[in-house]
Design a protein around this ligand. Structure first.
Ligand code: FAD
Length: 518
């Protein structure tokens, strides 16, 4: 009879490791005698990557599923609310060039498509402002909920900005104390193979051999199990996405009561872009760039100039941390009895914060479809690989979209990004389609797309894309109905602008009084 899967061993104690261990342990009641054991081993000698501060709204569901209180999370991880991203200078590079990709869906999105109606008035109002309240809330630094809104519930959809180091510490405490995850602090030195080629156990410095039935590789860039042991090839996507370097820095607020931005700010620069993330305690800022288009020294000067705007001459003393990025992913993610999650599976770049959401989606699928026996594992593995290969390709299309739509010609970085050879065929096909068709959910094949057509709409029309209008008979909405939806959005905007607290104010209230449990 095929071996029963009882013991899951997660290697790596970064965000990927703890989120995966916690998701499996919570869903399978590992703290009870349920038959599933989860062990996490992490090296005391290899530090976690320590960046990764922007999340998607999915993180609310993930934290809720782990049984973590939102109040505790916000207090312990210096977290703040993220309602989307503001893109500065991506289209023309001019001073006034900015647009929003908010998390809330466009007005009426599930029933209709407002793009054709908005196109008729595109000279008067931006797409995001016309169809969504959230760009207005972000402009004024407002929170996405009130202090009376229960934990994880929202008035406007939101994710978080968080301190990555504190996040891993909080997850570790919760996973070990509440969810029953066994924690081993030791360096994995080698892998012992079973006769059939599976991983039988992991050799460690102090704890001998660590046995398991399923091994989850969360070892970050080293990809110890999937990459080094199984030699699953790495597929570089550098031909599509040019970013290969990052400089990261922490920037203090002027005072403990400085406003907190409601969105990630992404500012285009000569060879990449600068992220600016407001936590409750400080800002996390960094420049991701293509080393083929700018030297490290020049990149450092560009980043220093950016933080000088808020730090003044103190910017001279700021210390930058350099991180190398190899954009790409493994050819497959689940091989034999080993599945990779997080940076060990792949990483592209921080644009649109797609890394942690891929971790959440991976953990969810592994947990929901956890194979009962070794025989069924190959079937689950094949499905997992199909699903995630599709997802990586879709993420690449969406990230590349931001670069392809730019009209900037002030540096080779932006010009090279529009070279047809660097654009995936799948994205080129969509762009051709959207020249005559308005982006809609039916343009994508899966119900649980990572990026919905709503996200494409915000970026396309935020960056000046034009769809040629079809005959009036093919417009999806009569003018009066569209006007009603635009008016509903404007009315709701007025109401929320008057009723929502500032981001900082809500964070302060949560720190002192907490939020009502869901
Ligand atoms: C510049 C930059 C910005 C980013 N910004 C974002 C963002 O805004 N949003 C987002 O979603 N993501 C972002 N990411 C990605 C995000 O940081 C990662 O997805 C996330 O932190 C998960 O990392 P990880 O757990 O896979 O790897 P790591 O944090 O590197 O953890 C690896 C773990 O493996 C362990 N390990 C390694 N070797 C061994 C061994 N031999 N034995 C035992 N243990 C071992 C280490 O000790 C460590 O615990 C960013 C990444 C970069 C580089």
């Amino acid at each position: 009879m095929s071996k029963t899967i009882k013991r899951v061993v997660v290697v790596g104690g970064g965000a990927a490791g703890w989120l995966t261990a916690g998701t499996i342990a919570a869903e399978h009641d590992a703290h009870l005698d349920s038959g599933i054991e989860v062990l996490l081993v992490e090296s005391p000698d290899v530090a976690t990557i320590g960046v990764g501060e922007g999340t998607w709204p999915t993180m609310r569901k993930t934290l809720g599923r782990l049984g973590i209180r939102e109040t505790d999370f916000i207090r312990e991880c210096d977290a703040s609310f993220k309602q989307g991203t503001r893109f500065d200078g991506w289209y023309t590079g001019a001073e006034s060039d900015r647009y929003y990709h908010p998390f809330s869906l466009p007005q009426g999105y599930l029933k209709t498509n407002l793009v054709p109606s908005w196109q008729e008035r595109r000279g008067q109002v931006t797409f995001a402002d016309a169809v969504c309240v959230q760009s207005h809330l972000c402009e004024r630094g407002l929170a996405p909920k009130q202090s009376s809104t229960p934990e994880y519930a929202f008035v406007a959809n939101y994710g978080y900005h968080l301190d990555a180091g504190k996040f891993a510490t909080m997850l570790q405490k919760h996973c070990t104390e509440v969810l029953g995850v066994e924690h081993v602090l030791d360096h994995v030195t080698h892998i012992n193979s079973a006769e059939n080629g599976d991983i039988a156990s992991l050799g460690s410095k102090q704890h001998g051999d660590i046995q398991g039935d399923l091994f989850v590789d969360c070892t970050g860039f080293s990809s110890l199990l999937l990459g080094k042991h199984f030699q699953v090839p790495f597929m570089s996507r550098k031909e599509n996405l040019f970013i290969d370097s990052a400089l990261a820095v922490q920037v203090p607020y002027e005072s403990g009561n400085s406003p907190i931005e409601s969105q990630t700010i992404s500012t285009a620069r000569g060879a990449g872009w600068i992220w600016d993330i407001g936590l409750s305690s400080r800002r996390g800022v960094g420049y991701v760039y293509s080393g083929d288009h700018v030297s490290d020294d020049m990149a450092e000067s560009e980043l220093r100039a950016y933080i000088k705007l808020s730090l003044g001459n103190d910017s001279e003393f700021a210390e930058f941390r350099k991180i190398s990025i190899n954009p790409g992913h493994r050819q497959e993610f689940w091989h034999r009895n080993c599945v990779a999650v997080g940076m060990s599976a792949g990483f592209l770049e921080p644009l649109e914060a797609s890394a942690l959401v891929m971790v959440e989606l991976s953990a969810e699928m592994i947990s929901e479809q956890l194979p009962v026996t070794r025989d069924t594992m190959n079937i689950v593995a094949r499905r997992f690989n199909e699903k995630f290969r599709y997802r990586w390709d879709r993420v690449i299309d969406f990230l590349k979209l931001h670069y392809v739509l730019s009209a900037r010609s002030d540096s080779d970085f932006w010009i090279d990004n529009r070279d047809g050879a660097s654009i995936p065929d799948s994205l080129q096909e969509l762009l051709t389609l959207w020249e005559r068709h308005y982006p809609a959910p039916a343009d994508f094949s899966q119900v649980d797309e990572v990026f919905s057509s709503a996200s494409y709409q915000y970026v396309l029309y935020g960056m000046g894309f034009e769809t040629l209008p079809g005959p009036a008979t093919r417009r999806s909405l009569p003018r009066e109905k569209a006007d009603t939806l635009f008016k509903e959005n404007a009315d709701m905007t007025r109401k929320l602008l008057a009723g929502l607290p500032a981001n900082r104010e809500l964070i302060n209230t949560i720190k002192t009084s907490g939020l009502r449990a869901a």
